[in-house]
Design a protein. Structure first.
Length: 266
């Protein structure tokens, strides 16, 4: 329980939540750590919080925008796919007001920079501030949040050019550690870090909101760095996550991250 409270406190500090003006809205299921954390952060801060049924969002994702407009929500959260869907079919939307929204957390899966950028562009006509976009990083072992940007940062990304093909890919930056959390990059095999000019390593974390351990296993030492299994590197705008240690695909001597293949296939 202490770890959960510490994580919520750190995220509330990062988002500068003010119960006198902020309103939260989520349709995320409460059996998922992001949905549960959103609900508990509202309770801890004293903010008005709207809970929408997950099934209603699944049946009609556009209802999320209607709920945001009706509630005048300033805070919301969802995985990347939800923003992509609304951006792709935005021309079906009308008569909503997103002018109050100031922090839209995007986490739980890899960030599609082009898809999120389209969402921000399309929603601008409904008053959405592009600075509200908040790509973030977290995992259950940290009781949810590890990094998040400061409000107003918007979508920021690192561009990586492949000299062999001339292609450019964008990697979203996910902010810096929330108060109470730390991260570092552990060295990895050279063949796993095939991103030119980037010091890629395995992301390791520790802090006041870490789990005590896995069920049935020895408890973790709070001062020990925990290996997440994620690969990433650091920029001035914060952490970039580029894949999983065990999921790299080697093709013709080059490493390919599965998320890149999935994005093209989708």
């Amino acid at each position: 329980a202490e770890a959960v409270l510490n994580n919520l406190s750190g995220l509330l500090q990062r988002t500068s939540t003010d119960s006198s003006v902020d309103v939260g809205l989520t349709w995320l299921p409460l059996y998922h750590d992001m949905g549960l954390s959103f609900l508990l952060s509202g309770a801890l801060s004293g903010c008005e919080t709207w809970l929408a049924p997950t099934g209603a969002f699944s049946a009609s994702p556009f209802r999320w925008l209607n709920w945001l407009s009706e509630s005048r929500a300033t805070l919301t959260a969802a995985p990347n796919f939800a923003y992509n869907v609304l951006g792709k079919y935005a021309r079906r939307i009308s008569d909503i007001d997103l002018g109050a929204l100031r922090f839209a957390l995007n986490g739980g899966e890899p960030i599609d920079c082009d898809g999120l950028a389209l969402f921000l562009t399309e929603m601008a006509r409904f008053g959405l501030d592009p600075g509200a976009a908040a790509p973030s990083y977290g995992l259950a072992e940290s009781t949810c949040a590890v990094t998040a940007p400061v409000p107003g940062s918007g979508l920021r990304y690192d561009e990586i050019r492949d000299d062999a093909t001339g292609s450019v890919r964008k990697q979203a930056t996910l902010g810096h550690p929330v108060p109470g959390m730390e991260l570092r990059l552990a060295p990895i095999d050279h063949e796993q870090s095939d991103i030119p000019g980037r010091d890629v390593g395995q992301i390791e974390i520790r802090g006041s909101s870490m789990m005590s351990g896995y069920l049935g296993e020895a408890p973790l030492d709070p001062q020990t760095w925990f290996p997440t299994g994620d690969l990433g590197y650091l920029t001035d705008d914060g952490l970039v996550v580029c894949g999983r240690v065990k999921e790299l695909i080697t093709v013709a001597g080059r490493n390919v991250f599965p998320t890149e293949v999935e994005r093209v296939a989708a």
